[in-house]
Design a protein around this ligand. Sequence first.
Ligand SMILES: [Mn+2]
Length: 242
Amino acid sequence: MNIFPFEWVSHCITHVGRVREINEDACLDLPERGLWVVADGMGGHDAGDVASRLVVDSLRDVGGYRRFSEFVDDVEQRLIGVNRALIEQAQRIDAETTIGSTVVALLAYGRHCVCLWAGDSRLYRYRGGRLVQISRDHSEVEELIQRGVVSRQNAGNHQLANVITRAVGAAPELYLDAELNEILPGDRYLLCSDGLNKEVSDREIRECMATPNSEKICETLVNLALSRGCRDNITVVAAIAC
Ligand SMILES: [Mn+2]
């Protein structure tokens, strides 16, 4: 099978934002390997930047697979390895320490893609003028929405909006969610850390993604967030299947 029926054009930007002193986000933009990743080191924890860097560094040299399932399994195994390493590193400090990071990864192989994620970094897909969020946040507030306790409209202001329920390095077992989808020509994908969606609405993301230019999409979204004070680090990766 031709594993590259699409030509991918992609771009990524990561920015410290207007308030934080260090950037604990990290990203990977590997169109020739069909892999894009965003990792957000857990705020308020020790060494969040170490965690997110370890996540992306563990995936830099993926490739050489004969089947898509091999690719997906390998990425999963590598992230499980990072999970173990982060827990060991934290335990060397003390029992209370967590060194963690979210991860959202888009893997493309042939005519299909898989989204793997843990935490609240997101994958969106823009197709035919519509924006769909492919990942579902692993967060306290998303769980309340699912249970009907909080409406999605009010969720952004909720006090639990920042509490994530899964992350690499957070628990001995790493549970990654996975979504398999078909790729259509012209599909535009956006991976982002929560620094974007705390400042910019889904409607605005959809408007930005109407432009078929990955670099322009990233620049417009980051500038929009920065213009609103951008309290968190922000990372965006845009990938277009041509
Ligand atoms: Mn963040």
